[in-house]
Design a protein around this ligand. Structure first.
Ligand code: ZN
Length: 326
């Protein structure tokens, strides 16, 4: 494949919108369209029309990739490879994403989780620049975790489901049963945005800054970060999503994490918490960019690290109070 002529297609498939894009070899987006996620026939139909028109106007794609909400079947030898599987999202169970687009794009295809694609985007343009092993966490309508390990998104027999781990109950949170339809009080069942709403009776953004719910939330997210620290030993944990926009959430998580790590291990004692627990900085299109990068790798077997040239690097955060806790 001559990289000069690459034409890349990708979809960031989310629970509220599908972001479709076409890019050149340098990651410049030539065309894109936002499509509301409603029922599969309508959403996939509109996305198909976008790529069919793009093919007619621009020529055939070199490669195509999807970064999607899940759970997904990502084992290439599985019969349901490329399908959404047991999602609680009504109507989207067992939808064959790759199979739907295969006859339309007629190019090599790849698929990964939305959070793994966002992690790739953060490595190219955001807070993962210069890092080979880091975690990307999003805390919103669910809790998702992408793992970039040795420069590549991690997946084994299938993608990890870190959002569904079980953690010790936070002090003062013994009674709430959790909302995960599969596990009740797993991490997502206790700490995603809808769980906060179910627990307190109002949306998370309406809780006052001094409400005890924020310390409970920070305790669970710090428990996640401690687990990731012990299992993955990442260079950084990037946390995004609507819940993290609350005042002081990053410093609350940093403080709680420092306590949970309990001074164990010299390398963890030396962590600079304001750097270790970081804000995502790649922007709202990180997922689409990461999916386009996955298409680039599908076409060339290499990651497009040249896309990040000239981009601002990870911002210094030494002014944040977490530095004093490291
Ligand atoms: Zn669960």
């Amino acid at each position: 494949m001559q990289s000069e002529n690459l034409l890349l297609g990708a979809i960031e498939a989310g629970g509220t919108k599908f972001l479709c894009g076409i890019a050149d070899r340098d990651g410049h987006i030539i065309r894109q369209q936002r499509i509301s996620t409603t029922v599969p026939a309508d959403t996939l139909g509109a996305a198909s029309a976008f790529f069919a028109q793009a093919g007619a106007d621009l020529g055939p794609l070199s490669a195509f990739s999807i970064g999607s909400f899940g759970p997904l079947s990502l084992n290439p030898v599985a019969g349901d490879y490329g399908c959404i599987t047991s999602t609680p999202k009504v109507g989207w169970q067992d939808v064959d994403l790759l199979g739907h687009f295969s006859p339309i794009v007629g190019a090599p295809m790849a698929i990964d989780t939305d959070v793994n694609c966002a992690a790739v985007g953060e490595r190219l343009f955001g807070s993962g620049q210069g890092l080979d092993t880091f975690c990307y966490v999003t805390v919103g309508t669910g809790i998702g975790v992408g793992l970039l390990i040795d420069g590549a998104p991690h997946g084994g027999a299938n993608h990890p489901e870190v959002g569904h781990i079980r953690l010790p109950r936070a002090a003062g949170d013994d009674l709430f049963p959790g909302i995960c339809p599969f596990h009740g009080d797993c991490l997502e069942g206790l700490a995603c945005g809808p769980a906060m709403r179910a627990r307190w009776g109002v949306p998370a953004e309406q809780l006052p800054p001094d409400h005890p719910g924020w310390d409970i939330e920070a305790d669970y997210l710090a428990g996640l970060c401690a687990t990731l620290s012990y299992v993955v030993r990442p260079d950084r944990i990037i946390i995004g999503g609507g819940v993290m926009e609350a005042p002081d959430m990053y410093d609350r998580v940093r403080r709680a994490l420092t306590i949970k790590l309990a001074g164990y291990d010299a390398s963890m004692r030396s962590l600079q918490m304001d750097d270790y627990i970081a804000v995502p900085t790649a922007g709202a299109s990180a997922g689409l960019t990461g999916a386009l990068a996955l298409a680039y790798r599908t076409a060339t077997r290499q990651w497009p690290m040249h896309w990040s040239v000239g981009r601002p690097s990870f911002p210094a955060q030494s002014s944040l109070s977490g530095a004093a806790l490291a």
